[in-house]
Design a protein around this ligand. Structure first.
Ligand SMILES: [Zn+2]
Ligand SMILES: [Zn+2]
Length: 249
């Protein structure tokens, strides 16, 4: 985690973009080379970025560690004037379960965990396929990964966008009570796990984004900012900041 104290100033939080994919992630554009990401981030005046490629079931621990080491080498050659966290978007795919080994975790500066990639075939699914069923399942995964102490941050927390069966992607979060969210956020403080202000998640489910932000402020939770950039034009956090502010403030 970058911040020693929780910060609730979006201008400060958005000086960092802690969710960026390189072309190592199949879903990112080929323009997302490490060098061009760094150049774009420096030009945007960001103070820190995290490179967070997916760690899914199509990759080995060795491949991922080699990838991280290659990026570190590239950074040494570039000597950029920006803090870079060599990270991964790791998969907490079921209660108490993650894909990566301890060796992978140790190789990373920052561990961002997805807990709701329900669209992926290897992801756990609740028996009860109702919004409440998914809500309980997602809460349980987040609770479990916080307790491991592995997670620096939870990516696009708890949103139901990845449950393809739900036409309205906000039904999952609507099935979570403020009390449940508050208890989980209190626990996150204890374990120093932050919650991601994920631009797409906030824009896609603004009601829940506001609840997360407000309950987080009440409980003293940590937040980090990330655009989940898959293309260069989405690296600059200022692009979406006015909309995010309008929703959260
Ligand atoms: Zn994700
Ligand atoms: Zn991502």
């Amino acid at each position: 985690m970058l911040l020693k104290e929780p910060v609730y100033d979006l201008d400060i939080l958005s000086q960092s973009n802690l969710h960026i994919h390189t072309d190592f992630s199949g879903c990112a554009k080929t323009e997302m080379t490490f060098e061009d990401i760094v150049k774009t981030a420096v030009a945007a005046g960001l103070s820190a970025i995290a490179i967070t490629d997916h760690f899914n079931d199509n990759i080995t621990d060795r491949d991922f560690i080699d990838h991280i080491n290659r990026l570190r080498q590239e950074a040494l050659a570039l000597k950029p004037n920006i803090k870079i966290l060599f990270s991964g978007e790791l998969s907490a795919y079921a209660s108490g379960k993650t894909l990566e080994s301890e060796e992978v975790r140790a190789a990373l500066d920052y561990r961002l965990y997805s807990c709701n990639h329900f669209h992926l075939s290897f992801w756990g699914q609740p028996e009860d396929k109702s919004p409440r069923g998914y809500a309980l399942y997602a809460l349980d995964i987040v609770d479990g990964i916080i307790e491991t102490g592995f997670a620096d941050c939870i990516a696009h927390p708890l949103i139901g966008r990845f449950v393809k069966a739900f036409e309205d992607r906000c039904v999952l979060t609507a099935a979570i009570s403020d009390n449940e969210l508050g208890e989980l956020m209190e626990k996150s403080v204890e374990f120093c796990t932050a919650w991601e202000i994920n631009v797409g998640a906030i824009l896609g489910d603004p009601v829940f984004g506001r609840r997360l932000w407000n309950i987080g402020k009440e409980t003293g939770a940590y937040f980090n900012y990330g655009t989940d950039a898959h293309r260069l034009e989405n690296i600059d956090t200022k692009k979406f900041l006015p909309e995010i502010k309008k929703i959260l403030m």
